[in-house]
Ligand binder design. Sequence first.
Ligand SMILES: [Zn+2]
Length: 329
Amino acid sequence: MSAPATPAWLAPETTALSAVFKRGRFPHALLIHEAPGAGGDWLAAWAAQLVLCQNPSQAPCGVCIGCRRVQALQHPDLAWLRPLEESRQIRIEQVRELSAELALTSHGGGYKVGVLAPADALNRFAANALLKTLEEPPARTLLILVATHPSRLPPTILSRCQRVRVRAPPRDEGVAWLTATRGAGDWNAALDVLGEAPLIAAQADPGELAEVGADARRTLESLAGGGADPVAAAERWARAELPVRLLCFENWLTERIRRAERDGAFLTEVRAGPYLSAAPTFLNIRHLFGLVDEVRDLRATLDVPLNRGLALEGIFRRLAPAARAPGGG
Ligand SMILES: [Zn+2]
């Protein structure tokens, strides 16, 4: 595999990290704070390649054995921790194993790297165990934490990491990177479905994504208009493509929040005017924010199959017009 194309929106971060590395001032710990699907894991792998590359003057070269092993997640000096499937948490045993591993001499005589992604999946005990390694890191150790919600991590951990922000890319840069990485396709439609999350879109088929997205939107519009049955819709969603549908749901709600904010600002300007009609406003902003939180919680607990149909049905009911009638909560 050749060097992966650097997403344009990450170029400032890779340039800055390269410069610090060349000066021999690389931090022991990085916290990559990423917008969902904007490339946090990509940047973590890039930073691991930077310190493990065998061509230091061109690091990361992308072609040496060190870079290729990192790319395949098979480098003996790299440990990549993910949540255990059944718990969705990174647990203390995993962190202890990582700490023991980092304390050993490296195989290649250079750095040892530990990546925790997503680090917001560290449970309390695991976070405490990690703190010990962060406080007294062995020489030439790099810990990389990737998180979309760093505020869920203890401040004692945050204060020991150098923070790198990865923001959602502008649409044209996301589409350009997807085209370069995956080839031509209707990536614009795919990002309409997912939001600005090109690294998630890269794992999907753009045509299928657009289809699932269009179907999800139809269902949501229909539910919001009172024309669909929440029970049947929830059952149908729970059966297939639920993760993509939920991303689409979140994106759909976010769009409505933006629209409501825009209209709200407009209405404030004309409040004294005779223009305010008695027409009911679509879902109010507080209601929308509440729904976004519920959809995110559901996405975080997706592998508890017993609950998801019911939870989804509950959210769908709150979309329906009766649930947001005046005085109806
Ligand atoms: Zn290399």
